[in-house]
Design a protein around this ligand. Structure first.
Ligand SMILES: *[C@@H]1O[C@H](CO)[C@@H](O)[C@H](O)[C@H]1NC(C)=O
Ligand SMILES: *[C@@H]1O[C@H](CO)[C@@H](O)[C@H](O)[C@H]1NC(C)=O
Ligand SMILES: *[C@@H]1O[C@H](CO)[C@@H](O)[C@H](O)[C@H]1NC(C)=O
Length: 444
């Protein structure tokens, strides 16, 4: 008996002290051979992980949950084939088990090792260098997850790109987001979640790609799910347009990981990449494409992506990339979302032009969607992630309270707080203090 207790204590000690394994080295992530025998949203594997999350800044704050769980579940890739993906479920202190938010993090990487199931977990290699893109695999989203947890909401965060890390791939990301909600609704009650919670989705940038595609795919792919709403900010309705917009800028590296993400999903794009990527540029391309967000940004910064391809810009007009980006990177060509939407976007967004979002919102509205759309005349892509988050959380809290939304659409021009991006880049604790204020005292 004592040895049982001792081994239990040792097992707990191991949970508390060991760093998590990188997903690429962790057999827990392996997709089972018999994946086809599972239905979408079925549980494949379950584990409890330590309740500590990785803090956002290298100042002594602790982000803890009451408990944290992970589920490997079955979902569906872009070709309709069965694949596995991972979701992490976080139970807050002071939990309200009737409220649940699916927060899709913008991990924006074609490497499995940058997935949120890994990056949210506390680690001892905490060599952070500050906002916004520490040179580590640390999630940039802990503040938003922390703010949601602080309200007593249960939070799930999905590795929606799947085990192949198919960054920017809409169908894969949308399906995994929906199936992660399915598995959590089914399995969550075993660990204390209500059997009938209200639930919503939230995501910014890459996280909005997953959440937005989920909203579009839901009426057909997961018609039994009854989302209270979806809040999406900094969205990228048209991936081709993003590629053009980010070229020769701070975010060009995301083009490389985005192209690689799509190439993993579609063989013809992979072949096109093999044929068109210039050998002398390949090392640099792969350094960005295989990295986490921070590495991709650093390596690709200010590069001319067209100079990496055999025919320059003309390579992008080949039928393969044209067909793939239209099919797999364009929102608005599937169902009209039936769940209410909150959309927030900086008018000066330098990653995805605001016109693309205007067009999508207009189209959805003409098709009967219910949307509150905030166009922020201050700031850019990164600042809007923070500035818009307070309104997004407010809107989500109304949905989780069961407040009705009005029919139809409303567009509001807003002017949210003065934020100088240069200040954000250089400040650490001050930004944290700012986040603390704007997000209502989270982590406090
Ligand atoms: C998406 O962007 C590309 C590149 O700017 C453009 O050619 C295409 O017409 C856009 N698609 C839609 C549906 O707006
Ligand atoms: C971060 O991810 C990369 C893969 O992109 C991996 O090689 C590296 O070991 C990871 N670093 C840490 C600190 O986990
Ligand atoms: C590439 O593959 C996709 C998926 O199979 C297909 O829809 C698309 O038409 C193909 N593109 C070309 C140019 O064959």
């Amino acid at each position: 008996m004592w040895s049982n207790i001792l081994s239990a204590v040792l097992a707990i000690a191991a949970i508390v002290t060991a760093d998590p394994l990188l997903p690429s080295q962790d057999a827990w992530y392996d997709q089972p051979e018999d994946i086809a025998s599972y239905a979408p949203g079925d549980l494949i594997r379950f584990r409890q992980i330590p309740a500590d999350l990785q803090p956002f800044f290298s100042i002594p704050v602790e982000v803890t949950t009451k408990a944290a769980y992970q589920y490997l579940f079955r979902t569906t890739d872009s070709l309709g084939d069965p694949v596995a993906a991972v979701v992490t479920l976080l139970e807050p202190h002071n939990s309200d088990p009737t409220k649940l938010v699916g927060y899709q993090a913008p991990y924006d990487s074609a490497s499995l090792d940058c997935s949120p199931s890994y990056t949210v977990q506390a680690r001892t290699d905490n060599a952070l260098v500050g906002f916004p893109l520490p040179k580590t695999n640390t999630s940039i989203d802990i503040p938003f997850i922390g703010a949601a947890l602080n309200r007593g909401w249960w939070v799930l965060t999905t590795d929606y790109e799947g085990l192949e890390a198919q960054f920017t791939v809409g169908l894969q990301s949308g399906h995994a987001t929906l199936d992660s909600m399915r598995v959590v609704l089914r399995e969550g009650p075993k660990v204390g979640l209500s059997t009938d919670p209200r639930y919503a989705l939230w995501g910014y940038s890459g996280g909005a790609l997953a959440s937005g595609w989920a909203a579009e795919l839901q009426p057909t792919y997961a018609p039994e799910l009854d989302f209270a709403g979806v809040a999406i900010g900094g969205l990228t309705p048209n991936v081709s347009s993003v590629l053009q917009t980010i070229n020769k800028g701070a975010n060009t590296g995301l083009a490389f990981s985005g192209i690689y993400g799509q190439a993993k999903a579609f063989q013809n794009l992979s072949d096109w990449l093999d044929q068109n990527l210039l050998p002398e540029k390949a090392d640099k391309f792969w350094a960005a494409a295989n990295g986490c967000l921070s590495e991709a940004k650093e390596v690709g910064s200010d590069e001319d992506m067209y100079s990496y391809f055999a025919k320059g810009e003309a390579s992008f007009y080949d039928p393969e990339p044209q067909s793939i980006f239209k099919w797999s990177g364009q929102m608005g060509i599937r169902d009209t979302p039936t769940m209410p939407l909150f959309v927030y976007k900086a008018v000066a967004d330098e990653i995805s032009p605001v016109e693309d979002t205007d067009t999508l919102v207009k189209q959805y509205c003409a098709q009967g969607a219910r949307i509150e759309y905030h166009r922020d005349w201050v700031g850019v892509h990164l600042t809007e992630a923070i500035a818009g988050s307070a309104s997004a959380m407010h809107w989500i809290s109304e949905r989780l309270n069961g407040d009705a939304v009005d029919d139809g659409c409303r567009t509001k021009q807003v002017v949210l707080t003065e934020l100088d991006p240069a200040t954000i880049l250089t400040l650490g604790e001050e930004v944290f203090a700012f986040l603390q204020t704007i997000l209502g005292g989270m982590l406090g």
